[in-house]
Ligand binder design. Structure first.
Ligand SMILES: *[C@@H]1O[C@H](CO)[C@@H](O)[C@H](O)[C@H]1NC(C)=O
Ligand SMILES: *[C@@H]1O[C@H](CO)[C@@H](O)[C@H](O)[C@H]1NC(C)=O
Ligand SMILES: *[C@@H]1O[C@H](CO)[C@@H](O)[C@H](O)[C@H]1NC(C)=O
Length: 288
């Protein structure tokens, strides 16, 4: 007699907890999501697209890459896929990166995309085979006996020691930075505290992997939103820490917080901004 009552009480309680989690954790909804549907088709399709259309001269075995990926993810429990579990997959997708073109970024994702598209000068991690293949996807294995991907739910990054998605990106970022040569560019966000965050992928993995004997200059570009706030700059906040780290490790570096190209790109999206109007006027004068 008591059972139905208990279980309905439990259900209400459970609903409240879920509701709270969704309300208060920005990643709450994400945690409910499982492996991206059609993962296999997307990953393999992107691989074939890369070797056929994006980088036609590359010779990779897309079937083998998928097999190694699947093997790494489904043989471990969903929260315990280590960086080294992907070793065979990465061995199947080694890539030589162009010198002087690599673009690193942190908290400037949208601007970075536009910057790379407009200048056509840069390579980001997403231009590499591994970045191209796994961009925006989610995956994890399942705990149960029948191995395979869990399409119902995947653990949140923060709850896992070795999250399958994080481990792959960590290794991909490390390889990307370790291969950097010539000049590199780093795009940081001047509108937030801790623009150089030691816990970000750039601060915790990529910076350590850069080789001062291979990298000529680290060119830092700090970009704030046009409307502000203006929190960090080349001489203010965590950027100064970054410069100190670079200096200690023997890198040559430059830093600018007033890059005209970047500002123009921001203005194209928001021409009515006050700072853009003055810019447009001075360009008009120059035309005359
Ligand atoms: C592919 O390789 C050939 C010969 O090595 C070269 O002429 C061609 O420019 C390359 N194509 C691309 C897209 O890199
Ligand atoms: C800086 O970060 C904020 C908060 O994440 C974001 O809204 C803004 O678009 C970023 N600015 C630039 C220039 O990338
Ligand atoms: C590398 O960066 C330095 C400093 O910004 C610059 O003087 C130099 O011309 C750059 N070299 C190339 C090849 O772009």
């Amino acid at each position: 007699m008591n059972l139905p009552k208990t279980s309905s009480t439990f259900r209400i309680f459970h609903m409240r907890i879920c509701f709270l989690i969704v309300l208060f954790s920005p990643d709450g909804l994400r945690a409910e999501m499982g492996t991206t549907p059609n993962l296999k088709h997307i990953v393999k399709g992107r691989c074939y697209s890369y070797i056929t259309l994006v980088n036609p001269n590359s010779s990779y075995d897309c079937e083998k890459i998928w097999r190694e990926f699947e093997e790494a993810v489904v043989r471990e429990s969903p929260c315990n896929v280590k960086v080294k579990d992907y070793r065979r997959m990465f061995r199947a997708m080694q890539q030589t990166l162009p010198c002087g073109k690599l673009l690193f970024w942190s908290k400037t994702r949208e601007l970075m995309h536009n910057y790379a598209a407009v200048t056509r000068r840069f390579w980001t991690l997403e231009d590499t085979l591994v970045g191209y293949m796994f961009n925006d996807l989610i995956w994890c294995g399942q705990e149960r006996e029948d191995r395979g991907f869990d399409f119902n739910s995947c653990p949140e990054w923060s709850t896992c020691v070795n999250h399958p998605v994080y481990s792959l990106w960590r290794q991909a970022s490390q390889n990307f930075a370790a291969a950097a040569c010539g000049n590199i560019t780093v795009l940081l966000n001047g509108s937030i505290d801790n623009a150089f965050n030691k816990k970000s992928m750039f601060g915790s993995v990529e910076l350590d992997s850069l080789n001062p004997r291979m990298v000529d200059h680290v060119n830092i570009k700090v970009v704030a939103n046009l409307e502000g706030p203006f929190i960090e700059s080349c001489s203010q906040g965590s950027i100064v820490d970054l410069i100190n780290v670079l200096q200690k490790r023997g890198f040559h570096w430059t830093c600018t917080d007033s890059d005209l190209t970047l500002m123009n790109i921001q203005c194209v999206q928001n021409p009515q901004q006050f700072s853009c109007l003055t810019c447009a006027k001075s360009l008009q004068h120059r035309d005359l």
